[in-house]
Design a protein around this ligand. Structure first.
Ligand code: CO
Length: 138
């Protein structure tokens, strides 16, 4: 199986502080935010070479990101590996008894399919698998 680093998700508590660092201090370009209403989260992508940083801001106190920050503080949240066939990747993991958050792929941004692998199965890293939608840009 082949996998490509797609993005690294970073849980952000204070967006203006995050922008002050990534945009102003480092001078990186921050894309227009994407609202993921179902997850009550707003994502700000920062292009860094072939991969992106995803600054994740909870839009409600009961969002998964807000709860994560409450429990563990802001910082690294997940890494996302892009695969050609997410169903096959999940089948491989299931066959090896790896604990999954999502047993089946669900829809992500821009027509993509995503599924999370539980940190208990990966040595402590929340891993998001992603298969691009048919019309995704590279
Ligand atoms: Co992500």
């Amino acid at each position: 199986m082949k996998a490509v680093l797609d993005h690294i998700g970073i849980a952000v508590k204070d967006l203006s502080a995050a922008l002050a660092f990534y945009r102003d201090a480092l001078g990186l370009e921050v894309e227009a935010p994407e609202e993921v209403a179902s997850q009550r989260v707003r994502a700000h992508f920062v292009a860094v070479g072939g991969a992106k940083l995803e600054l994740l801001e909870g839009t409600s106190a009961d969002s998964a990101i807000a709860k994560y920050i409450e429990k563990r503080g802001p910082g690294l949240h997940h890494i996302t590996l892009r695969v050609d066939d997410i169903a096959q990747a999940l089948a491989r993991l299931k066959a090896r008894g790896v604990r999954l958050v999502d047993e089946e792929p669900r829809s992500g941004a821009e027509g993509s399919l995503i599924a999370f692998v539980h940190p208990a199965g990966t040595g402590g890293v929340l891993i998001e698998l992603k298969q691009n939608g048919p019309h995704a840009r590279a």
